[in-house]
Design a protein around this ligand. Structure first.
Ligand SMILES: CCCCC/C=C\C/C=C\C/C=C\C/C=C\CCCC(=O)SCCNC(=O)CCNC(=O)[C@H](O)C(C)(C)COP(=O)(O)OP(=O)(O)OC[C@H]1O[C@@H](n2cnc3c(N)ncnc32)[C@H](O)[C@@H]1OP(=O)(O)O
Length: 166
């Protein structure tokens, strides 16, 4: 967002429960993504429960970071191309159509990870984001997300949040 808030801070309440990026999901990762020039960036330090083997991060967590940084980047990039005022209007809603991950090196625990996104394509309802995950100077994973604007038929479940999270 151009006002210093993370992309995910602009998600309306009905789509703010995602395990990876929902600010209202207290058990989740609550990933925060931002513009950094033409690229996007998010930082996250894995928690002990994200362990694969002692000392190393579970690959599913790395995939989640790529997933949610990708959809957040897509929401920001697609909205920018559509002329949505990111500071005052909600971002367009995107979901993951495709998530590809290559694990290049073991990901150490106890280190802040940096996820970087490059917007490869914005075409119609689709945005393609190329990503890297780094631990210090080492690129530990590469990923690619194809995000597509949520179809109108994919509506959030009704009812109290506790019910929806169960
Ligand atoms: C009003 C205020 C809104 C404010 C919101 C603010 C921000 C919100 C941003 C995001 C918030 C939304 C949710 C946040 C929560 C979680 C996000 C985390 C990510 C997830 O956890 S989310 C869950 C997992 N996710 C799914 O549950 C999706 C299930 N799935 C489907 O719902 C459909 O499958 C769908 C919609 C994906 C596509 O269906 P569709 O019919 O709309 O697509 P269609 O055929 O029209 O394709 C259009 C173009 O996408 C290409 N394309 C399609 N599929 C592809 C694939 N697999 N690989 C490569 N390209 C693909 C086509 O090739 C074509 O490209 P082209 O135009 O170039 O030919």
């Amino acid at each position: 967002m151009s006002d210093g808030r993370a992309f995910q801070d602009g998600y309306p309440e009905d789509v703010a429960h995602c395990y990876g990026c929902g600010r209202l999901n207290e058990a989740g990762i609550q990933l925060k993504s931002y513009w950094d020039g033409d690229e996007t960036v998010a930082r996250y330090t894995p928690r002990p429960e994200h362990t694969a083997i002692p000392g190393y991060v579970y690959g599913g967590l790395v995939a989640s970071l790529i997933d949610c940084h990708g959809t957040g980047s897509a929401a920001a990039a697609g909205s920018r191309v559509a002329g949505v005022d990111e500071a005052s209007e909600p971002l367009l809603r995107y979901v993951t159509a495709s998530l590809q991950v290559d694990y290049l090196a073991p990901t150490p625990m106890g280190v802040e990870l940096e996820v970087r996104g490059v917007i490869e394509q914005v075409k119609g309802r689709k945005v393609v984001v190329e990503e890297t995950v780094s631990a210090g100077d080492a690129v530990v994973a590469r990923g690619r997300v194809v995000a597509v604007q949520m179809p109108q038929t994919m509506t959030p479940a009704e009812g109290p949040v506790e019910t929806r999270l169960r």
